[in-house]
Ligand binder design. Structure first.
Ligand SMILES: *Cc1c(COP(=O)(O)O)cnc(C)c1O
Length: 354
């Protein structure tokens, strides 16, 4: 059967479902192509992986230890497992990906570490509630709090300020907790805040970040970055045991070079953020549509009638409505164009006018 390559290259697909619906950005693609020139040692013992690690150290201005895994669920759960013993607990937001979207992997890989989830407005942890959860019990019958997990940018498309992260880091230190950051969309937070990556990670008390690649424009892959090197002890064995050690590692690591060395990760993130801003500004003006949380990164959460949402889906638009507190989630990416935004806005207008 003949394949219409034009159809493959230019599919009309009306979606704001997720930033992982996007393809591979040219810079990541090119870096993979460059790594695809002949033989190279396997399992990460190659020059591309070495250079990718160096790029991450440079981006964070730190002598951190870096591991590459296939996805965010593995990055988060293996990182948390490295920070905890089985009788410990992890404190996170009630909407945190580790709690709601990882199918129990953090508990599984840590052999039973309990996730304690805490509420907080706009997807951010309420630090008073965190402190209460830490001090509530100190007896032997309660799973001992050991890690504070923060998502930056959050599951509701908001961004913790440097001060907020610093305060969270201090709180964690005061009670002997470690800090893990789910940075699946960390680039969007850096671009939104205009600060250095170091400022909102290790300088603010973060011990380990799970740095997102896929949603930022790569094909596959997240990096687990330990600022506290002691915590990375034997982490390579966890990766291997969990089936997360790529034999052709260079194709997982090389794209990071393409993303980081020319600043593409932040360019992609800034673009996605801008598209979300434009979308939020337009949706806000449509009668019957209400923004549910401030648009600070690359997500827009909008409330509309069930009939309007159904009409939008019937018109062929893909978006999620199960994330966070409900409503329609519109997610932009490096690949989203202003034309995509305009088409969605017109479709929402038509759907709400019915
Ligand atoms: C997408 C995402 C991840 C990673 O998910 P995988 O599908 O396992 O790669 C982690 N955290 C957050 C907040 C995410 O949105």
């Amino acid at each position: 059967m003949a394949i219409d390559t034009n159809e493959i290259r230019h599919p009309v697909f009306n979606q704001f479902a997720s930033d992982n619906y996007a393809g591979i950005c040219p810079e990541a693609w090119q870096a993979m192509d460059e790594a695809n020139r002949g033989f190279a040692p396997s399992y990460g013992d190659d020059v591309w992986t070495e250079r990718a690690c160096a790029s991450i150290r440079e981006a964070f201005e730190a002598d951190c230890q870096v591991f590459f895994v296939f996805n965010g669920t593995a990055a988060n759960s293996l990182a948390l497992a490295a920070l905890c013993r089985s009788y410990h607990s992890v404190i996170c937001h009630e909407l945190a990906h580790v709690e709601t979207d990882e199918c129990g992997a953090p508990e599984f890989f840590s052999n039973g570490t309990k996730i304690l989830h805490i509420p907080g407005p706009a997807g951010k942890l309420d630090l008073e509630a965190v402190e209460q959860a830490i001090v509530r019990r100190s007896d032997i019958h309660y799973p001992k709090p050991r890690v504070l997990s923060l998502t930056q940018s959050t599951e509701l498309g908001t961004v913790y300020t440097p001060d907020e992260i610093g305060t969270a880091g201090e709180l964690a230190r005061r009670y002997g907790l470690r800090v893990q950051m789910d940075g699946a969309r960390f680039a969007n937070a850096v671009a939104a805040l205009g600060v250095s990556p170091a400022t909102i990670t290790w300088k603010a008390g973060v011990d380990v970040i799970c740095l997102g690649g896929a949603k930022n424009g790569m094909a596959i892959g997240e990096a687990v970055v330990f600022f506290n090197r002691e915590l990375a002890d034997e982490f390579e064995y966890r990766c291997k045991q969990a089936g997360q050690l790529a034999s052709k590692m260079r194709f997982i690591s090389a794209p990071w070079i393409g993303m980081l060395e020319g600043g593409t990760w932040l360019k992609n993130a800034a673009h996605a953020n801008r598209m979300a801003q434009v979308l939020a500004g337009e949706l806000e003006r449509i009668p019957g549509v209400r923004l549910m949380s401030p648009c600070q990164a690359n997500a827009v959460f909008a409330e509309m009638s069930a009939a309007a949402a159904a009409a939008l889906r019937a018109a062929g638009w893909h978006f999620y409505s199960f994330i966070g507190t409900g409503g329609a989630r519109f997610m932009s990416s490096w690949q989203t164009t202003e034309e995509d935004v305009n088409r969605l806005v017109a479709a929402v207008r038509a759907a709400t006018a019915q």
